[in-house]
Ligand binder design. Structure first.
Ligand code: NDP
Ligand SMILES: O=C(O)C1=N[C@H](C(=O)O)C[C@H](O)C1
Length: 276
């Protein structure tokens, strides 16, 4: 579907940050194929070779939307910004969206606690959907983990193993950390106190109250997450594997639709999928 950035209609006007990134391309393609959204802006970093190019040139079907680095220019026609970039980029986008009243769907991972608090503060003024994984499958998996953790609260050692492509810059993945939080909450533990991020040397025996994390990086792995509940004489593995980024993009569009009638507030995919 071709949509002009200034056409007036009931289509949701969506801008995409990180427009030339792996997720940026998936999102632009999903917006253009959606039928109920229109590409209204495309952002990338100043100095990027993508600046000035048509945002959907990579599809062989121009949109008339140029990729720009000026945030106000890129957001001037948008009702909502989908941001899959880096924490420092998201924080800059957040400030301008808050000022302009543009809603945000944030898929970026790797934020500090202080940055997360800033996102929550901005959500008092503008509606924000913030989730480390937009796929339906991963969010259902989070729900399964909550149930499994409660049922196996003693006698099972919990380890979270994640694997991603060689270009990923943050570890553990945002999804793995969220899995850890969900499990720790279900067990009445504080993830900050009980997480063990990798082991080396003479570590001593495993402390049963810990939740371990292991990270694999290689090739073009889209995103695999496994939670191992290792007991005596048995073990349970709950796994999710992404073989395409399309699910993240489709989930992001569901988030855009969910936000449409929200004036302010901080939401996640549990709200969108009614999993709370
Ligand atoms: N929530 C979810 O469902 C998912 C989340 N993610 C997360 O999304 C993020 C992006 O992933 P991916 O698309 O693979 O990454 P890419 O590196 O492919 O794309 C990142 C994009 O953001 C741009 N960018 C980088 N730094 C900044 C900045 N400071 N300000 C503005 N733009 C910036 C890059 O520009 P340039 O190329 O010029 O550097 C690029 O266009 C990661 O945090 C990842 O973990 C990924 C998949 C699913
Ligand atoms: O960087 C990625 O690729 C992904 N990042 C997200 C994360 O950190 O959890 C989501 C997904 O796993 C892909």
């Amino acid at each position: 579907m071709t949509a002009h950035p200034t056409s007036s209609s009931s289509l949701r006007r969506v801008a995409v940050a990180g427009a030339s990134g792996r997720m940026g391309h998936m999102l632009i393609e999903a917006v253009r194929q959606s039928g109920d959204c229109q590409l209204a802006g495309a952002l990338d970093m100043a100095g990027s070779s993508a600046i000035g190019a048509d945002a959907s040139a990579f599809l062989g079907a121009p949109s008339g939307v140029p990729i720009v680095s000026d945030l106000r220019e890129g957001l001037k026609n948008a009702q909502v910004l989908i941001d899959f970039t880096r924490p420092e980029g998201t924080m800059a986008h957040l400030a301008v969206c808050r000022e302009l009243g543009v809603q945000l769907v944030i898929g970026t991972t790797g934020f500090s606690d202080a940055q997360k608090a800033e996102i929550a503060a901005a959500a008092k003024d503008v509606a924000i959907l913030f989730a480390p994984n937009m796929s339906v499958g991963v969010n259902v998996t989070l729900k399964l983990l909550e149930m499994a953790a409660k049922a196996m609260s003693t006698g099972y050692d919990i380890e979270i193993i994640e694997a991603h492509h060689r270009h990923k810059v943050d570890a553990p993945s945002g999804t793995a950390l969220k899995m850890g939080e969900v499990i720790a909450d279900a067990l009445g533990r504080d993830l900050k106190q009980c997480a063990v991020y990798g082991r080396e040397g003479v570590t001593g025996e495993r402390d049963p109250s810990t939740i371990g994390f292991a990270t694999i990086r290689g090739g073009d792995i889209v995103g695999d997450h496994t939670v191992l509940f290792a007991g005596t004489g048995e073990r349970i593995e709950i796994s999710h594997k992404s073989s395409s980024r399309a699910g993240y993009a489709q989930g992001s569009l569901r988030a855009v639709r969910f936000l449409a009638d929200k004036r302010a507030g901080l939401f996640d995919m549990f709200d969108v999928l009614d999993l709370r």
